[in-house]
Design a binder for this molecule. Sequence first.
Ligand SMILES: [Zn+2]
Length: 377
Amino acid sequence: MIHIRFIFILLFSLQSLNAYNLYDNRIEDKIWKSGETLLGFMQENMLPLKLYYEMDVEDEKLSSDIQANTICHILRDENYDIKQALIPLNEELQLHILRDTNQSFRMSVEPILYQSEKKTLVLNLENVLSKDIVAKTGNFQLSVEIEQMFRKSFDFTRLKLDDKIVVFYTQKMRMGKFYGSQNVTAALIKNKSKKHYLFLAKDGNYYDEKAKTTDTTSFMQPCKYRRISSRFTKKRWHPILKRYRAHHGIDYAGPTGTPIRAAYGGKVIFMGTKGGYGKTIVIRHKGGYKTLYAHLSRFKNSVRRKNVKKGTVIGYMGNTGKSTGPHLHFGLSHNNKWINPAHKITFKGGLQGSKKQEFLKVVKEYKGKIEQLLKET
Ligand SMILES: [Zn+2]
């Protein structure tokens, strides 16, 4: 009896010792919590706070943009202290915190490296669409994206056995796993004899073969302005500063005190100070959209935690936070990803003019390829 107990204890201690050794150089996935800040993360992990306070102005603002549920990779040493941390800012750029051999830390914005490959998926429906897509590609994210794309234009309950699906997409892989959005460029659902198409336009939205969309969420410009001082970009190399930059919004420069209006109806879910963004408001809208209004001089306090209509004044333009002159930083996110607000402001239910003509050419090309694929199956 004693022997058995002894062996158990021995086994247990061996196991924990093993786990302890393994912990050295182990990469941990950390999920960024809702409301979590970079400063809070640094305090929690006892990182030197001067890293944060000496941050470049633009980088500090980007750090306020880290979305909830972002997966960060953290490498710790045997004392559970951070050796390295990679915190994604969007699908292209990440904050890299690194402790060097002198035990001093550095932090920089770096590109996220991933592999991408153009793929075509053709399938005859055998089971449930999402299951069939995963069975054929192993790519769960792709099935999610296709369902989201067609959510408003196609009733999935109408799918029948042997319906055909054709998808053109760019598969992104990182560290041996599917990574980020799978960038569907064209998709067809052939339901009995009826064809439902969606194509990606240069503005980042999906339209049908006539350049129309069923997404009715059209945002208004949130304020009057003198000029646009900065536009949206996910990744830009700054040749003079020699660093990567991103800007998750549009900057509208104008006089302090210019009224700022809700770009769409929704609920004010945040009204307070947000890192380099200074006085900031966040509104949640239907359909997975959120808008962010930053650097405000003051809030309209009566709308705090209230539902507001499109056009309601929510605050006033200012220069709070890290800002070099009065302007509004206007951000728009969809399903927790920053998107270019410009496209949703000029929205008219479909593409117009030269953009439409250009799009229809792409549609024609894809339809030709799709017809060919359907003939072959
Ligand atoms: Zn900005």
